[in-house]
Design a protein around this ligand. Sequence first.
Ligand code: C2E
Ligand code: CA
Ligand code: CA
Ligand code: CA
Length: 275
Amino acid sequence: AKAGHRGTFHAFEPRMDEEVRGRRALEQDLRGALERGEFELHYQPQVDLATELVSGFEALVRWRHPVRGLVEPGAFIPVAEETGLIVRLGAWVLARACADAAAWPVPARVAVNLSPVQFITPGLPEAVAAALERSGLPPGRLELEITESVRLIDNDTNLLVLHAFRDAGIQVALDDFGTGFASLSYLRAFPFSKIKIDRSFVSDIGRDEGCLAIVRAATRLARDLGMDTIAEGIETPLQLLQLRQLGCAEGQGYLFGRPMPGADVPALLLAEPRR
Ligand code: C2E
Ligand code: CA
Ligand code: CA
Ligand code: CA
């Protein structure tokens, strides 16, 4: 089905088939990818907005596919969640991130994304404990990023798990803040260490009064609740300036650095002025 043919109606169906076939192939490939060691973690710096010094890194998974090349998580995390593979993949990510961070020349924090699917599957506390224990990473250097998902805080077991993390000294951040419909009930249900303001608000902060107001309210709310704030997706100096003025403590985005291979992290840390 080539573009330019008349009748998009007919051109549409073969493309759908291709999509379904592509997805099936992806699913098949994904099952063996962990055993074949095809996943890798890239790290994106998180900086203190006042000093622009690196405070930590977010671990972002990539799939080094033998044919497709480097595949972004958006293309396989949803499939991994549907197939349940996310549980093993997530455990691998935790272990890898903790081991990498424990070997860094400067004790920076590492932030690891958790899928809601990992939460509703028993064994998460054990996976986190094992990753910390085997790596020797102090719990205070690990931050877990979770997104809003209704099932998470509606469930006492999940809340107990979150509290157990915090009691162990692990930081827990609420990711993509403002995009879910439950943000405020989330903040009431659980004392997050930090809220992560979603990129969609940051990108329009200079153009849209509404975005500015939302980010201002979010930082204010976090401060009043004793939580830290980090803004994601900072791309321009103007965004940095505005976020700083609003009192946002930390930031992450292409302005400071793109996700980089793990091997590049030590050099970046060593190039920073001593803290
Ligand atoms: P996220 O947690 O919101 O991660 C931030 C995403 O924004 C990353 O995309 C990052 O590369 C991108 N980004 C960072 N700074 C900028 C910027 O200045 N501008 C723009 N346009 N984009 C920026 P990435 O690596 O493709 O990850 C996408 C999503 O995949 C993540 O969104 C996260 O939800 C998920 N993900 C990544 N790694 C993992 C993982 O290990 N486990 C789980 N469960 N999910 C993961
Ligand atoms: Ca994240
Ligand atoms: Ca995010
Ligand atoms: Ca986001």
